[in-house]
Design a protein around this ligand. Structure first.
Ligand SMILES: Cc1cc2nc3c(=O)[nH]c(=O)nc-3n(C[C@H](O)[C@H](O)[C@H](O)COP(=O)(O)OP(=O)(O)OC[C@H]3O[C@@H](n4cnc5c(N)ncnc54)[C@H](O)[C@@H]3O)c2cc1C
Length: 523
C-alpha cells in the first residue's frame, strides 16, 4: 500500500569490526526526526557524530505531517527547508465545523513578513529523507544504518554501547550518548528509567488516501459531522495530493475490523460522496499516551524527542518538540564537548525542555479532553460551547481542536538575564526570537550560528563571543522587537532571547553571555 517508495539506505561495515576503535565525542542512537537534526547541528559546530539506527529506511507509515515554522527555521540552517516547503503543502488557515456548518475559522499567521509559513504539511518520511540526504554530504556525520544498540554501559566519564550489525557486534565508546530512539526508547529501558504519564484509550483511524479532484489546503475539523455523526473527524492535505483523514472511533471499536479496506471505504464514501474516487496510501488505528521522564540528563546519557516526552498528535507537538529539543541541546553539548562551558550547562537542557514538555502536555491534554470528553459533564460543557460558538466569540475561544505548535517559552531559565527597563512588547528573555523582513532578506538569516547581539541603532560595537547585527530603519523589525534607538538583544544560538536592554552596554552583554554559557545552572 502507498505510492511512496521506501529507499534502502546502504549498510557499511563499521571500522570497529576491523579493530579500528576510538572514543567518540558524541554518539546518537536513533535517526528519526530528532537524531539527524541534532547530528547536523553538532556538525555545523565542528563536533563529529556517530549516529546509529537499527533500520535502513525512513519512518514507516503515516506519522508526523505538520511541520511548524520553528522546525523549518532550524532545518533552513542546513539548507534543506526550501526543498521541504516546495514539496509540502503550505497552510496557515483552518476551519472548525459543528455537524455540517462552519463555526469558526482561524489563521495561524495573521501578520505577513516571515520567511516561513506557520505550517507546511509534509509526511515524516520525506522530512527524514531530506535529513538523511543532508547527513550523507556532511563529513562530520557518520550515519550507520542497521546498527542496533543492544546494551548501554554508563561509565564515570562516558558511556559505552554495544551495537549489533549484519556483520557482528562491536562496542563503541563515547564521551556523550544521546538517546533519540523514540517513544519505546531501548536506551531508557536498558538503563531502567521510568516513563511516567497517562494513557488515553480513545482510538483514531488514520486513512491516508489519494483523492482525485479539488483538494482543500486548509485544516478542517468536524464535531459530529453528518458523515460520522457520533464523533469527530480531522482532515489535512499532504504532499503528493494525499489526504489524511482521522476518524475518532471511541474506546470500544475493534481496530482490526476498522482497518479492513471495505470498512474504511464505507466511512470515506459517506464523507466524500458516491462519485469520489481514491486510492489508499496507508491505514492504521492509533491510541496515544502523554508521558515525560523525570530527568532528561542521566550522567553522560541525554534523552531527546519521543524518548524523553510524548504527547497526543493533536497540536502537532511531538516531532516539532523533538526538533526543538535538538536545537536546544546542540549548542550546549558543542560548548561542553569543546570545553567552552561547564557540564552544568546541560542541566539547563533538562530544565528548559522539561518546561516545554509540561506546556506541550498541558495543551495536548486539554485538546484531548475537549475532543474526547472523559466524563458526561465535560461532554455537556463541550457541546454547549460548540452550540454557542457560531454566534458568540467568547465560546469560539474555548473550542479546542488542537492548539498548534508554536515555540514554547522557558521564562525564568538560569541562563537568562532578567528584564530591566520598560518594555511593552518584543520577545522577553526565555522567548524565541521573532523573524521580520530586513532589506531584501530576513532577520532569521542574519542571526549568527552562535550568540548574536542584535542592536537597533548605530552605537553598537563587536563584543567577543557574539556576532553583531545592527538594524536601522526597519519599521516592522523595530515594532516586533519594541525597539528604540539603542535597544539591544542578546540572542542565543538556538534563537532564544537571553537578555535585552534599552541601551548598548558591552559590560552588561559580557555578563549576560557568561551567564548564558552556564553559571548557576540547575535542573
Ligand atoms: C499518528 C501520528 C501523527 C503525528 N503527527 C505529528 C505531526 O503532525 N507533527 C509533529 O510534530 N509530530 C507528529 N507526530 C509525532 C512524531 O511522529 C514524533 O514525535 C517524532 O517521530 C519523534 O521523533 P524522534 O526522533 O524522537 O523519534 P522517532 O522518529 O520515533 O525515531 C526513533 C528512531 O530510533 C531508532 N531506534 C529505535 N531503537 C533503536 C536501537 N535499539 N538502536 C538503534 N536505533 C534505534 C528507530 O529506528 C527510529 O529511526 C505524530 C505521531 C503519530 C503517531
Amino acid at each position: 500500500m502507498g505510492s511512496y517508495e521506501y529507499r534502502k539506505y546502504p549498510y557499511r561495515r563499521p571500522p570497529e569490526l576491523d579493530g579500528k576503535s576510538g572514543r567518540r565525542p558524541v554518539v546518537i542512537v536513533g535517526a528519526g526526526m530528532a537524531g539527524p537534526t541534532l547530528a547536523l547541528s553538532l556538525a555545523q559546530r565542528g563536533v563529529p557524530v556517530v549516529m546509529l539506527d537499527e533500520d535502513d529506511t525512513v519512518s514507516l507509515g503515516s506519522r508526523s505531517i505538520c511541520q511548524a515554522k520553528h522546525s523549518l527555521e532550524v532545518w533552513d540552517r542546513f539548507g534543506i527547508a526550501a526543498g521541504m516547503v516546495a514539496k509540502g503543502i503550505t497552510w496557515t488557515e483552518g476551519e472548525v465545523y459543528l455537524r455540517d456548518k462552519p463555526v469558526y475559522r482561524f489563521n495561524l499567521a495573521p501578520e505577513p513578513g516571515h520567511k516561513f509559513p506557520a505550517f507546511v504539511n509534509l509526511q515524516q518520511y520525506y522530512v527524514e529523507e531530506f535529513l538523511y540526504e543532508r547527513c550523507a554530504v556532511e563529513p562530520l556525520v557518520d550515519l550507520r544504518h542497521r546498527n542496533k544498540v543492544t546494551a548501554v554501559m554508563p561509565r564515570a566519564d562516558g558511556v559505552a554501547v554495544e551495537v549489533e550489525t549484519p556483520d557482528g557486534r562491536y562496542t563503541l565508546d563515547a564521551d556523550w550518548l544521546v538517546a533519540c530512539d523514540g517513544v519505546r526508547s531501548p536506551v531508557r529501558h536498558m538503563l531502567g528509567l521510568p516513563y511516567p504519564g497517562e494513557v488515553f484509550h480513545d482510538q483514531f483511524l488514520i486513512a491516508d488516501i489519494r483523492l482525485k479532484g479539488d483538494l482543500p489546503k486548509e485544516r478542517r475539523f468536524w464535531f459530529y459531522p453528518p458523515f460520522h455523526p457520533t464523533n469527530s473527524v480531522l482532515l489535512h492535505r499532504q504532499a503528493d495530493d494525499v489526504l489524511r483523514v482521522d476518524f475518532q472511533l471511541g474506546r470500544d471499536a475493534d481496530p482490526e475490523e476498522e482497518k479492513k479496506p471495505a470498512n474504511v471505504d464505507k466511512r470515506l464514501r459517506q464523507m466524500f460522496g458516491p462519485e469520489a474516487r481514491w486510492e489508499h496510501e496507508w491505514t492504521s488505528v492509533y491510541t496515544f499516551t502523554c508521558r515525560m521522564m523525570e530527568k532528561f540528563v542521566h550522567g553522560r546519557t541525554i534523552f531527546v524527542g519521543d524518548a524523553a516526552h510524548v504527547v497526543s498528535p493533536f497540536g502537532a507537538r511531538g516531532g516539532n518538540a523533538a526538533v526543538a529539543d535538538a536545537d536546544n541541546l546542540a549548542w550546549k553539548l558543542a560548548a561542553v564537548a569543546g570545553g567552552a562551558a561547564p557540564a552544568g550547562l546541560l542541566d539547563t537542557y533538562c530544565s528548559e525542555r522539561r518546561a516545554a514538555s509540561v506546556e506541550n502536555i498541558r495543551h495536548s491534554t486539554r485538546a484531548t479532553d475537549f475532543i474526547t470528553p472523559r466524563f458526561p459533564a465535560s461532554r455537556v460543557f463541550r457541546d454547549a460551547t460548540l452550540a454557542l460558538a457560531r454566534d458568540f466569540p467568547f465560546a469560539r475561544a474555548l473550542i479546542n481542536s488542537g492548539r498548534l505548535s508554536v515555540p514554547t517559552a522557558h521564562t525564568g531559565s538560569a541562563l537568562d538575564t532578567p528584564d530591566a527597563g520598560d518594555w511593552s512588547g518584543g520577545p522577553a528573555p526565555g522567548c524565541a526570537a521573532v523573524d521580520a523582513p530586513l532589506g531584501n532578506g530576513w532577520l532569521v538569516d542574519r542571526l549568527g550560528r552562535d550568540f548574536t547581539v542584535l542592536s537597533f541603532g548605530r552605537d553598537a560595537t563587536p563584543v567577543a563571543g557574539a556576532t553583531l547585527m545592527s538594524v536601522e530603519g526597519e519599521e516592522l523589525a523595530g515594532r516586533r522587537y519594541d525597539a528604540r534607538p539603542g535597544t539591544t538583544y542578546l540572542i542565543r544560538p538556538d534563537r532564544y532571547v537571553a537578555a535585552r536592554w534599552r541601551t548598548f552596554d558591552p559590560a552588561a552583554i559580557r555578563a549576560a553571555l557568561k551567564r548564558a554559557l552556564g553559571k548557576e545552572a540547575t535542573c
